[in-house]
Design a protein around this ligand. Structure first.
Ligand SMILES: [Zn+2]
Length: 495
């Protein structure tokens, strides 16, 4: 691998040389959504950050297996160990089967990810599809002596674990003494030996609907277990990269480390990566204060905090202008600026795409400068996937293209440099950053619209329904056409 990557490992708190267990194969696991409501924008940012990691690894030649799970059981309210399952609770409110909730929000999640042009994981396992693997892992941890059974539940034995020299709390920077003295004894949890112990398997109460048969009776897996069981199944006992939002460091990822060591005697992850959060107009996003934004609202502009609608590609480009470990603040001003930048980048790309190279007098200084800028794109991505610096370099290339290069058919640089420029500039925009031009020229839009009109005619014939279907709305959005619909979705303004 000619490109040596350095990644900030949340566990060591340092940038480390990236050395996969079985190079050129790379295994990466990302904690996916709990599918009980529309995916929120903070999660979208996390998934887009890891989309970039996967894309870049592939771009420089690694053979990547990308696993991102769907949590469809076991995640209880407030991320706690008591309370209702988030999915079962929503199902009760909507009077649906839990799996209807799962299906609805999984489809919604996929739709949003596809609008953001995120690549599909190689495997997208579900917790309910891996109950057997989770039971097997619990048996292994029990056999190795790091867990105990109490009244039909199984708990991880933290005291035993740390007595053997393992650390619990290292990833999130918590001291074990604080964790032991600080954990409250909540109702129903006092059957645990220590309040800091966490559930691997929970006995189901009679009213709990999402439950399975196990050696310990009817119950359900603890939330942290699914990622350990599925990560091990598809990526082996030690995976190269495990990612997620930073809110998952504790307890979720801390418990995954403990489970991995306890079952397989090896650190389950070589490199832990965590994405930072989003703010909106400088404040934390929160449903209760109304300071919140859904991806859908960004695309249709139906939120009073927005001046207008933005195409998913502009939003994606905007997100990449911040490093994944920095807080990103959403505001109309910042989105408007990103939109201008996006179009400027795409115009330069179009110029380069259409250029016919004609050799004239080569200017060595400019030739060297272009070569250096191309190398800089790799240099910045090799440095912990620094997308803002990469984008800044792409804009330096844009300045070069706009100043004189394109006017003289790129003849000021050698043909080799011209080809390298095309490969790097297009490769980084399309493959690494995953940015597509939303306005592919009038011809493409006309073709796209004709297809959509034909489809609308067929839909109308079949359903006697003239409202836009979700599918057609998505196609229009993909063409860069902004659709503002009212709440009843009966009238539309298409711009
Ligand atoms: Zn997880």
């Amino acid at each position: 691998m000619t490109n040596q990557i350095y990644i900030y490992n949340s566990l060591s708190g340092k940038k480390e040389k990236f050395e996969p267990v079985q190079s050129p194969n790379v295994g990466i696991y990302v904690c996916g959504p709990t599918v009980y409501s529309e995916v929120h924008l903070g999660n979208c940012r996390t998934f887009i950050s890891f989309d970039i990691v996967v894309r870049y690894l592939k771009f420089i030649g690694y053979n990547v297996r990308y696993v991102r799970n769907i949590t469809d059981a076991g995640h209880l309210e407030n991320d706690a160990e008591i309370g209702e399952d988030k999915i079962a609770k929503k199902a009760k409110i909507e009077q649906l089967e839990p799996m209807e909730i799962v299906q609805r929000y999984t489809l919604d999640f996929h739709k949003v990810m596809s609008l953001f042009n995120a690549i599909t994981p190689n495997i997208e396992p579900t917790a309910t599809g891996h109950i057997i693997e989770q039971i097997e892992m619990i048996n292994k941890i029990l056999k190795n002596g790091y867990a105990y059974e109490k009244n039909g539940s199984v708990y991880f034995d933290i005291k035993k674990y740390i007595s053997e020299g393992y650390k619990y709390g290292e990833l999130s920077g918590r001291s074990i003494d604080d964790l032991i003295s600080g954990s409250r004894d909540l109702d129903g949890q006092n059957e645990k030996n220590e309040t800091v112990d966490f559930a691997l398997w929970k006995k189901a109460s009679p009213q709990h609907i999402m439950k399975w048969l196990s050696p310990w009776g009817d119950g359900f897996p603890g939330w942290h277990l699914e990622c350990s069981a599925m990560g091990t199944k598809y990526l082996g006992n030690q995976m190269d990269i495990h990612g997620g939002g930073m809110d998952l460091k504790f307890p979720h990822h801390e418990c995954e480390i403990a489970q991995g060591y306890a079952a397989n005697k090896i650190s389950p992850v070589k490199c832990w990566m965590h994405g930072n959060m989003l703010t909106l107009n400088g404040k934390r996003m929160s449903k209760s204060t109304g300071n919140t934004l859904l991806p859908e609202e960004l695309f249709n502009g139906n939120n009073e905090l927005l001046e207008k609608a933005y195409s998913p590609m502009v939003v994606r480009f905007f997100m990449l202008q911040a490093h994944y470990r920095s807080v990103l603040d959403f505001s109309s001003d910042a989105l408007n600026a990103a939109e201008k930048g996006f179009h400027k980048l795409m115009e330069a790309k179009n110029k380069l795409d259409k250029a016919n190279y004609i050799k004239t007098n080569i200017n060595e200084i400019i030739d060297q400068e272009i070569k250096k800028l191309c190398l800089d794109c790799y240099k910045h991505m090799n440095d912990d996937f620094n997308t803002p610096k990469t984008i800044a370099t792409l804009f330096e290339i844009v300045s070069q293209i706009n100043s004189k290069l394109a006017d003289v058919s790129f003849g000021m640089i050698s043909e080799d440099t011209f080809l390298e420029l095309k490969k790097t500039f297009n490769g980084f925009i399309e493959e690494v950053l995953g940015i597509k031009d939303v306005k592919k020229g009038n011809e493409a839009i006309t073709d796209g619209l004709i297809d959509i009109l034909l489809e609308m005619r067929d839909e109308a014939k079949q359903n006697k329904n003239y409202a836009l279907s979700d599918k057609i709305r998505d196609q229009l959005i993909n063409l860069g056409i902004v659709i503002k619909d009212n709440k009843e979705k009966t009238t539309y303004t298409i711009t």
